[in-house]
Design a protein around this ligand. Structure first.
Ligand SMILES: [Zn+2]
Length: 85
């Protein structure tokens, strides 16, 4: 593992930490919903949620989020654009 922090250059990197959403109605993972601009509408078929993981710098705290399923997300995005939503 030779990742380093983009902000401070430290090698104290904590990779791919699952991001938790502990809100009352949360499924447990922080999610980004792709495919609909209306957040009420994402339950309709075709919407896909990003499963996010964080890479955290143990020196300065800089955090980057990475989606585990980018191909699936891009397909959902393109589908939604094609349907004009
Ligand atoms: Zn850093």
């Amino acid at each position: 593992m030779n990742e380093k922090c983009r902000r401070c250059g430290s090698h104290k990197i904590i990779p791919l930490v699952p991001v938790q959403d502990t809100g009352q109605y949360a499924s447990g993972r922080l999610q980004a919903h792709v495919g609909f601009t209306n957040p009420e509408a994402w339950f309709f078929k075709g919407a896909v949620s990003a499963r996010l993981s964080a890479t955290i710098c143990g020196e300065c705290g800089h955090t980057e989020l990475t989606a585990e399923n980018p191909g699936e997300l891009y397909e959902a995005y393109m589908r939604a654009r094609a349907h004009g939503s």
